[in-house]
Design a protein around this ligand. Structure first.
Ligand SMILES: [Zn+2]
Ligand SMILES: [Zn+2]
Length: 760
C-alpha cells in the first residue's frame, strides 16, 4: 500500500483504477462517501461507474489530484476486496508487462485473475452456513421455552447460540448427524436461515504459519538421492545466491536437471520460502509432477490450461491464501500469487509455448520469470538441453551464470547422428530404403524405433493426377490435409473440415494424396513390419493428458515397438529402450524466411535424438534430407548443438537479428487485403520515420505475412527494429497512441507483438 501522507493534502484523495477494457491508462475515481482514498488498498477490486453502466476495476494507485476536472470525477460504488487480490510485487510485475508489451493494463491485470474474479466474484471460497435470523435473536426466550418439546431442534439451536449465531453446515455435519430436518423446522419458524458466506479458510493476512514452522514442515519431505559433483555445484550456486541471479542449466535429457530443480526447491522450502516451477505443457510432463509430489510433503498446486474455471480458481486460491508452497504450471502460472517466493524454475526454457501467441498480451513467461526473480531479488533457473539462442547469448555476455551437466556414467553416450541423402535413395512413401533397413536391423536386435515427422494427418495435399487440381482451403492460402482414417479433409489453420472426395470435383478423374503425415507413415510401417506393434502420437490420437500417458506407457512397457509422432514425442519422455530415431524430413526448417526456423530445427533434432538410448546401447539417429551438405546440418553433426548455436549466433549478429537487435511486429488483418495494408501504411506514416533518417529505429514493410489469407482474413505486418531495447521501447511508447487513433484502424484487427517468435 502506498503512503497515505500525500492524500491528506486533498480532502479525500483520488484512486487510480484500471478496468478490464482496452484502455492504455488508469481512470481517476473518488473514494466512496465517508472514506479516504488511502483506506482503499492498492491491488483490491472495486465496482465503478463507467459510461452508463458499471465495471469491475482494480486499484493501481493513489493520487492527490487528477488531471480531470473535479466536477467530472465519479465515485467508486463498492470495494470488493478487503484484502488485495494482487500484492504489490505481482501488481508491479503485471504493470511492467503491460508497459513492455504495450498491452492495455486492464487486460493484463484481469488476465492474471481467475475468470470469476474478473466479473466481481468473491476471492474467497463461499461456504454454506446456518445462521440465526434477526427475528430468531429477538425470540430467544420464547425459543428456549418452545424448543424444550423439540429436543433435536433445541440441539441445533444451542450449537448455533454457542457459536455466536452462525455455523458452516460442514461443521454441523460433523457435530450433529441428521441436523437437516430440525434445521428446516427452525427455518419454518423464521428463526434460522441458510446462507452462503466466505469460507473461514486462511487469508493472506491472517496466515499464521511462521517461517520457522514452514521450514520445519519442509523437513518432512523425502530426501533426494546423492548428487553428482556437477549437480551439487549447481544446487550450491542456487542455494548460495545472495539475491537475484539467472542460472542457465544446460544438460541433455536424463542428465539430472530435475533432481537439481528438486534439491534447489527443497533448499528454498527449508528457508521457509515457496517455489514456482514452470513447464511447457503439464500433459507432457506427468513424470516431473509425479516426482515432485512424491518428494515433497507440502501443499502443491497445479496451474495449467486443461483446468476448468473452478479448478483454476481453487489452485489460484491455494497460492493466494498462502497454502500452496510449490506451484507447478504452464505459461500463465508465471503470475501465480505465491507468498514468500524464494525460487523460480523454468524447465525447457527454449520451448515456444512460453510465449503467448494467440491473442491478449503477447508475453514471454520465461522473460517475465526472469523479471519476477529480479523484482523479488531471488534466483531463477532456466533449464534446457537446447537453450534458446537469446539465453545462450545472455550466458556468454555474463548476464546469466551457466552450468553444464555432463552425461552421467549410467547414461548412454551421445547418440550417433547420420544423414540419409534422399537424392540417392529409393524412397517409398517418404521412407528411404536405408531408413527401412535400419529399422529392420534395430527391431531385429530387440530395440524400439521412434519415427519423427512434423506433420499430422495422412498427406498434406490431395491432387488430381489428370488436371492438376489441388484441394484448397476456401478460407486460407493453404491446402487441405487428407485425414484418410476419418474420411475427411481438414485445414490445420482455420479448422475447415470437408468430406474426402473420391473424384476430382473439377474433371471427375481420380484423386490421390501426395506427401506424408503421421497417419500415412503409420500405414507404411504397419505394412512393412506387420508383426511389430506400433503406436502413433499426435494431436489426432492424443487429445488429453490421459491419451498421452497411454501411448507413452505402451512404449515404456515395451508393448509397442515402433512409435510414430510429431513434436509431441520430442517432449517430456525418455524412452531408454529406443535405439533408433528416424527424422523423416529435416528440410522444412532449412530454407525458411523465418530467422528462427533453423534454431527450431536444431532444437527438434537434438531433443528427439535425446529421447533414445541407455548406457549399454547407445542410440542411432538418422536424418533424411535432400540437402546433406547444408552447413546447419553439417555443423550439428560435427559439433552438436553447441556448434550449431555458435554459427547461428554469428549469423544473427551479422544480420542484427535478436538477440543482437530488438524487434516488434505490428500485425493487422481484415477481410479486405487493402484495408490491412492501408492501416499499416498509415501507421508507418504516423511514425514520422519516413520524413528523414532518425537514429535507432527502422521500419520494414508493410508486407503480407507468409500465409496471407487465414480463415478468410488477410494478414499483413510491419516490422520495427532497433539495436537497442530502450530505443525501441521509447519509439513504441510515442508511436502507439497515434496508431490507436488512426482512422484506418477502425477497419482492421491489429496488435503489436514485442519480441515475436514467429516473424513470417
Ligand atoms: Zn481434375
Ligand atoms: Zn483454412
Amino acid at each position: 500500500m502506498s503512503s497515505p501522507a500525500h492524500s491528506d493534502t486533498v480532502l479525500a484523495g483520488i484512486l487510480k483504477v484500471v478496468i478490464d477494457r482496452p484502455l492504455r491508462t488508469a481512470l481517476d475515481y473518488l473514494p466512496p462517501p465517508g472514506c479516504k482514498a488511502a483506506e482503499l488498498p492498492v491491488g483490491a477490486r472495486v465496482r465503478v461507474p463507467v459510461g452508463r453502466g458499471h465495471a469491475v476495476g482494480l486499484i493501481t494507485g493513489h493520487a492527490s489530484q487528477s488531471a480531470m476536472d473535479s466536477s467530472r470525477l465519479r465515485t467508486i460504488t463498492a470495494l470488493l476486496d478487503p484484502v488485495p487480490v494482487l500484492d504489490a510485487n505481482l501488481l508491479s510485475l503485471l504493470m511492467w508487462a503491460s508497459d513492455y508489451y504495450h498491452h492495455p493494463p486492464g487486460e493484463v491485470l484481469f488476465g492474471a485473475l481467475p475468470v470469476s474474479l474478473r466479473s466481481g466474484g468473491s476471492a474467497h471460497a463461499l461456504e454454506s452456513h446456518l445462521r440465526i435470523t434477526a427475528s430468531g435473536h429477538a425470540a430467544q426466550s420464547e425459543a428456549a421455552a418452545t424448543l424444550q418439546r423439540a429436543p433435536r431442534q433445541l440441539l441445533v439451536w444451542q450449537q448455533l447460540l454457542a457459536a455466536g449465531g452462525c455455523l458452516p453446515t460442514a461443521r454441523l455435519d460433523a457435530m450433529l448427524p441428521k441436523w437437516g430436518p430440525a434445521a428446516r423446522e427452525l427455518r419454518d419458524r423464521g428463526w434460522v436461515e441458510r446462507i452462503e458466506l466466505e469460507s473461514q479458510a486462511a487469508t493472506p493476512q491472517d496466515s499464521s504459519a511462521s517461517t520457522d514452522a514452514r521450514a520445519d514442515a519442509s523437513q518432512r519431505s523425502a530426501p533426494g538421492p546423492g548428487l553428482t559433483d556437477a549437480q551439487r555445484q549447481v544446487v550450491d550456486a542456487i542455494a548460495s545466491a545472495a539475491g537475484f541471479s539467472s542460472i542457465l542449466l544446460q544438460g541433455a535429457t536424463g542428465s539430472g536437471k530435475t533432481e537439481v530443480y528438486m534439491q534447489a526447491v527443497a533448499a528454498a522450502l527449508a528457508r521457509g520460502r515457496s517455489a514456482l516451477v514452470l513447464v511447457p505443457e503439464i500433459g507432457l510432463t506427468p513424470q516431473l509432477v509425479e516426482r515432485f509430489r512424491s518428494r515433497f510433503d507440502v501443499p502443491l498446486a497445479l496451474l495449467h490450461s486443461a483446468l476448468g474455471d473452478a479448478e483454476r480458481l481453487a489452485a489460484w486460491r491455494s497460492a493466494w491464501q498462502d497454502r500452496a508452497r510449490i506451484v507447478i504450471g504452464t505459461r500463465s502460472a508465471v503470475f501465480a500469487p505465491l507468498h514468500d517466493l524464494g525460487l523460480i524454475v523454468v524447465d525447457e526454457e527454449h520451448d515456444s509455448s512460453y510465449k503467448q501467441q494467440d491473442g491478449g498480451c503477447r508475453y514471454s513467461a520465461r522473460d517475465l520469470a526472469v523479471r519476477r526473480a529480479q523484482q523479488l531479488d531471488i534466483p531463477v533457473v532456466l533449464g534446457s538441453a537446447t537453450p534458446a539462442l537469446e539465453t545462450l547469448q545472455n550466458a556468454r555476455s555474463g548476464r546469466y551464470q551457466r552450468f553444464v551437466l555432463p552425461r552421467r556414467a549410467d547414461q548412454s553416450p551421445a547418440p550417433r547422428l547420420a544423414l540419409i541423402d534422399l537424392r540417392t535413395q529409393a524412397v517409398h512413401a517418404g521412407l528411404s530404403s536405408a531408413a527401412t533397413q535400419a529399422i529392420e536391423r534395430h527391431l531385429g536386435s530387440g530395440g524400439q524405433v521412434l519415427v519423427y515427422i512434423n506433420r499430422r494427418g495422412f498427406a498434406p495435399t490431395l491432387l488430381c493426377t489428370s488436371c492438376g487440381w489441388i484441394a484448397p482451403c476456401q478460407s486460407c492460402d493453404a491446402r487441405l490435409t487428407v485425414h484418410q482414417g476419418a474420411g475427411r479433409m481438414r485445414c490445420h489453420h482455420c479448422g475447415a473440415d470437408e468430406p474426402l472426395p473420391e473424384r476430382c470435383p473439377r474433371c471427375g478423374y481420380g484423386v490421390k494424396p501426395v506427401g506424408q503425415g503421421t497417419e500415412r507413415v503409420e500405414e507404411t510401417l504397419t505394412s512393412a513390419f506387420p508383426q511389430q506393434p506400433l503406436v502413433r502420437l499426435d494431436r489426432d490420437t492424443a487429445r488429453s493428458a490421459g491419451d498421452i500417458e497411454r501411448v507413452t506407457g505402451a512404449v515404456l512397457r515395451g508393448e509397442a515397438r515402433i512409435l510414430v509422432g510429431t513434436q509431441m514425442i520430442t517432449k517430456g519422455h525418455h524412452f531408454p529402450d529406443v535405439t533408433l530415431v528416424v527424422v523423416l524430413n529435416a528440410d522444412q526448417g532449412l530454407f525458411s524466411t523465418d530467422f528462427r526456423a533453423s534454431e527450431r530445427l536444431a532444437q527438434t533434432i537434438v531433443q528427439v535424438a535425446g529421447r533414445a538410448g541407455r548406457a549399454e546401447r547407445p542410440g542411432e539417429v538418422l536424418i533424411q534430407t535432400e540437402f546433406p551438405e547444408h552447413p546447419l546440418l553439417q555443423e550439428l553433426l560435427a559439433r552438436g548443438y553447441e556448434g550449431f548455436a555458435e554459427t547461428a549466433l554469428a549469423e544473427r549478429a551479422a544480420a542484427h537479428w535478436p538477440p543482437f537487435g530488438r524487434i516488434a511486429l505490428l500485425r493487422a488483418s481484415a477481410r479486405d487485403a487493402a484495408h490491412a495494408t492501408a492501416f499499416l501504411i498509415a501507421a508507418r506514416r504516423a511514425s514520422g520515420l519516413d520524413a528523414g533518417p532518425r537514429a535507432g529505429v527502422t521500419l520494414l514493410g508493410p508486407v503480407p505475412t507468409a500465409m496471407a489469407r487465414r480463415a478468410g482474413r488477410h494478414h499483413a505486418q510491419l516490422l520495427i527494429e532497433s539495436p537497442e531495447r530502450a530505443t525501441l521501447q521509447g519509439f513504441l511508447r510515442r508511436w502507439l497512441p497515434t496508431v490507436d487513433s488512426l482512422q484506418e484502424a477502425r477497419r482492421v484487427r491489429w496488435f503489436l507483438d514485442v519480441d515475436p517468435l514467429d516473424t513470417q
